[in-house]
Design a protein around this ligand. Structure first.
Ligand code: SF4
Ligand code: SF4
Length: 137
């Protein structure tokens, strides 16, 4: 019963397609080599400067590279030796919620060896069944 309720809640209230399972192994990879998307993936330092005024999180980031996707950032709150977040207890919501399924919509993937996984809430068969029934109506 709890499983069914949970599934309903995630699918129809939260409008999620995936459950986040697993746990953080504090590898620090999601705090490095990251892209920033705000409408589009940030390409220039000018765009990024404007973004900094919109949320404190962006002020933590510094540009470390640029590739064919866009600017590459890392967070200055990451302690590179311990791989721990220096502001762990007051880290922003975006960090607490990582990884979220929106990541896939942005063309991103989970950081390599991340301890979390995003698993589909509905199996392929369940989705197929639901769509087929809808078509018959
Ligand atoms: S604030 Fe902490 S958890 Fe968030 S990206 Fe920076 S180092 Fe990582
Ligand atoms: S990549 Fe995954 S396991 Fe590594 S610090 Fe980020 S959330 Fe934790």
């Amino acid at each position: 019963m709890f499983k069914k309720l949970k599934k309903y809640f995630y699918l129809y209230v939260l409008k999620r397609k995936y459950y986040r399972v697993g746990s953080c192994n504090a590898c620090g990879r999601c705090c490095q080599k990251i892209y920033v998307k705000h409408r589009n993936i940030i390409q220039t330092e000018e765009e990024f400067e404007k973004l900094k005024t919109q949320h404190e999180f962006y002020t933590f980031l510094k540009v470390v590279d640029k590739d064919e996707t866009g600017l590459v950032f890392e967070c200055e709150n990451l302690d590179k030796e311990t791989k721990k977040c220096k502001i762990h207890k007051r880290r922003p919501g975006i960090c607490r919620r990582y990884p979220q399924e929106e990541l896939f919509g942005m063309g991103g993937t989970l950081a390599e060896h991340c301890g979390y996984k995003l698993v589909p809430i509905e199996s392929f068969e369940e989705v197929f069944d639901r769509v087929s029934k809808r078509k018959k109506i």
